[in-house]
Ligand binder design. Structure first.
Ligand code: SAM
Length: 334
């Protein structure tokens, strides 16, 4: 390994090969678990990375060993130059993926095909129109559901991200899994995580254990398969025998997967976060605009990464969130 690649290896030997870039803080939905009802104060436009700056920073990471980039937001596709950014990033030797709420994803199918983007994660938290309108504070269920069908039909690798919240959608776990009977997609149940202004409470958590309890109650043990997880996978993967698709649980709260973490995050205003839960950020945009090298800043940020969830190594520590001043998820990017 060359010396330059070491800047993305942290003090615990974890190699950071996966960069998640938030393209915007803006979103066309207002999901309750992601952002406060009043919204968040948006960064001035001049503080948001331009498409050239995104490319320059991404290339710096790729030069040091990043092999996968996922675009997120806010809603990445509401950014006016989203297609241009995707085309530019696709010229790098990486796997490019996107996480979207699916509302306008149909308008980007040609772009995805042109640049070879195959992996698309779409957020959908309920299969019920009214419940969706409640959780997203917008009425787009049919559009998103139809777009998911379209993506599957067009041959994309589609994963549905479903954040589980007690009393809201844990009674839909089996309905979601049943979608995989005939459709080749993956349902990913995500444990509800705490972020600024999202009214998180441990009582609202639906854990990996609870998901599996429902699965065991519904399906015969012999028809339920625990699949091998890919290296650095955040999800524990399962399948019902004979079903076309699979399902998974991302248990960031009850079973963190920090040992194999290979992710760093770049916010839309050019701040590097070494962990989803980190309260400190490293400014890459200012030195870049001043014409200075960002290599040292990146290296220092990676070296400062803590072993588990930015120090929140127990669930109990989540309860004291006043001392853990993180951004809202909408301004990080998931
Ligand atoms: N707008 C895009 C979307 O809706 O997928 C991308 C941004 S969104 C912040 C990325 C992912 O973060 C989504 O799958 C969303 O469900 C997840 N997310 C947001 N807030 C969360 C929370 N409090 N706990 C767990 N997942 C969360």
């Amino acid at each position: 390994m060359t010396e330059s690649k070491n800047i993305l290896t942290d003090t615990f030997g974890r190699k950071h090969t996966y960069l998640r870039i938030s393209l915007t803080e803006r979103c066309n939905l207002r999901c309750t678990y992601c952002m406060p009802a009043a919204g968040i104060p948006l960064s001035p436009k001049s503080h948001i990375m331009t498409y050239e700056e995104i490319y320059t920073i991404a290339k710096e990471f790729v030069d040091h060993g990043v092999t996968k980039i996922r675009l997120t937001g806010g809603e990445p596709l509401v950014r006016k130059d989203a297609a241009l950014i995707m085309e530019k990033l696709a010229s790098l030797p990486i796997e490019l993926a996107i996480t979207t709420n699916g509302v306008i994803v149909d308008k980007f199918i040609d772009t995805f095909k042109k640049i070879g983007l195959k992996k698309i994660n779409v957020s959908l938290d309920s299969l019920n129109t009214d419940k969706n309108t409640f959780i997203t504070r917008r009425d787009y269920f049919k559009k998103v559901y139809d777009n998911i069908q379209l993506l599957v039909k067009e041959g994309f690798e589609v994963k549905i991200n479903c954040v589980l919240i007690k009393g809201f959608n844990e009674n839909e776990i089996i309905d979601f899994i049943e979608l995989t009977k005939t459709q080749a997609l993956q349902i990913r149940f995500i444990e509800f995580m705490p972020f600024d202004g999202n009214k998180w409470d441990l009582e609202k958590l639906v854990s990996l254990e609870e998901v599996l309890k429902q699965v065991y109650a519904k399906y015969d043990a012999s028809s339920f398969i625990r699949l091998d997880d890919a290296p650095n996978d955040t999800a524990k993967n399962y399948q019902i025998k004979g079903y076309k698709g699979t399902f998974a649980v991302i248990s960031s709260v009850t079973n963190p997967f920090c040992d194999s973490c290979n992710r760093v995050r770049l916010t839309a205003n050019g701040q590097l976060k070494n962990c989803l839960f980190s309260t400190t950020e490293s400014d890459l945009l200012t030195p870049l605009r001043e014409g200075k090298s960002i290599t040292t800043v990146i290296g220092k940020a990676v070296q400062a990464k803590q072993k588990v969830r930015s120090g929140m190594d127990t669930i109990e520590k989540f309860k004291d969130l006043t001392s853990h001043n993180n951004r809202s998820m909408i301004a990080i990017g998931g």
